[in-house]
Design a protein around this ligand. Structure first.
Ligand code: ACO
Length: 367
């Protein structure tokens, strides 16, 4: 049975920064309160021309470059997002088109902030089953578009960004070792984005009622998160036959420093075993774990051979954890340039649209 290795990684963050002081000009809050209660100092906000697809494409190209894998060799793209570009088409298909991944299947996965762990597990399982050889897993968000900038309970928390991993099959042991996924829909009402779905299709009433904004019972989500982070980590570890002492790094969902501290207490681990960067990005939902990992890899913290656990929670309610042994890129001959395939992708997309147009004209004439 092949193993599923994480062989490439990339991230993208919009440049504009929104600090706590900036938010204090919009709602009754202040930098000290936000830092003390959440650990967040600033977050990135997408420009008008940035979307989950564009951020996802930037992160994906970087990940493919590190993996030295052509977009045309990708078998499957899974995009986890809590702020997908449309209900449909899937953001994964927009990414597939823009990177020129001509033979990849593509779909979106919605498990809120646990989405990246769910998607990574699904991609790894498809590789382990032998049905595919490579997968691109993307977490991409422009959650700022769903924030009520008058609601101090939510507007302090979220930020925009994207992260991507390449998974590849190899006979060499390692890579994704185990994963657990959980849900509890009875808590679905604790964190919602209702407007625009089929229960509350966009209308003047949904706008008036603010259903197009994220609504959250912060205290309840906080209590739930502190309960599940340590237990999910332990479950993933025992499924992989590992103990907590064998784990070099834990990469938690970056929602609130106090939730991460509670997880550390639950696992009886010091905070220096946790990778934390939420002070600069806030909660980027599905992108938070890959962004934290990419930054930590760039600092040289995670090294080949390290055993790691990613753990997260989110709306749904959902939660999950994934244990992996870090290997890094699979050595390969020659250099591919995934960036160049974007031009190929644009051309391919243009030609296909043109052919569809011509076909449409001919078809109409035949009728
Ligand atoms: N600035 C100043 N005061 C505030 C603010 C603010 N931004 N927000 C709330 N307060 C006030 C409250 O009104 C309250 O005042 P009161 O005591 O007079 O009523 C007081 O501060 C304490 O409020 P709490 O809600 O108890 O504050 P808490 O310490 O719980 O922090 C927070 C709130 C940060 C939202 C926290 O509950 C939290 O992080 N929850 C988890 C949220 C989360 O992680 N969500 C994402 C899930 S992942 C996904 O799927 C998207």
């Amino acid at each position: 049975m092949p193993y599923a290795h994480i062989t490439g990684w990339g991230m993208a963050a919009p440049e504009p920064i929104l600090t706590n002081d900036d938010i204090a000009k919009m709602v009754d809050t202040n930098d000290a309160w936000i830092r003390e209660r959440t650990g967040i100092r600033e977050r990135r906000i997408a420009r008008d021309n940035e979307f989950p697809s564009t951020l996802g494409v930037e992160a994906s190209i970087k990940a493919l470059t590190i993996a030295n894998l052509r977009p045309t060799d990708v078998d499957l793209i899974i995009c986890a997002s809590s702020s997908p570009e449309y209900i449909f088409p899937a953001t994964a298909c927009l990414i597939q088109d823009q990177i020129g991944a001509s033979k990849a299947g593509a779909f979106d996965l919605l498990a809120a902030c646990s989405g990246f762990i769910y998607a990574l597990n699904m991609g790894a399982q498809a590789i382990r089953s032998g049905s595919i050889k490579s997968a691109l897993i993307v977490g991409s968000e422009t959650l700022s578009r769903f924030i009520n900038w008058k609601d101090r309970n939510t507007c302090i928390l979220f930020g925009d960004g994207a992260g991507a991993f390449v998974l590849q099959a190899s006979e060499r042991p390692g890579g994704v070792l185990s994963a657990v996924m959980h849900s509890d829909g009875s808590g679905g009402d604790l964190l919602t984005l209702q407007g625009g779905g089929s229960r509350y299709p966009a209308s003047e009433t949904t706008l008036h009622d603010g259903r197009h904004y994220i609504q959250m019972d912060g205290k309840e989500v906080f209590r739930f998160a502190t309960r599940v982070m340590a237990s999910a980590t332990q479950e993933a570890l025992s499924a992989a036959g590992l103990t907590v002492d064998e784990i070099r790094w834990i990469i938690p969902h970056q929602a609130n420093i106090r939730i991460i501290e509670a997880a550390a207490r639950g696992l009886k681990l010091p905070m220096d075993r946790f990778i934390v960067n939420l002070e600069r990005y806030g909660n980027t939902s599905t992108a938070s774990i890959p962004i934290a990992m990419v930054e930590s890899l760039e600092k040289g913290q995670i090294k080949p051979g390290d055993k790691i656990v990613m753990v997260g929670f989110g709306a749904g309610l959902t939660w999950g954890a994934l244990a992996a042994e870090w290997t890094g890129p699979i050595p390969s001959k020659g250099h591919v340039h995934p960036e160049q395939y974007r031009a190929f992708g644009r051309l391919r997309s243009f030609v296909r649209r043109a052919l569809r147009f011509i076909e449409g004209l001919l078809y109409r004439r035949e009728l």
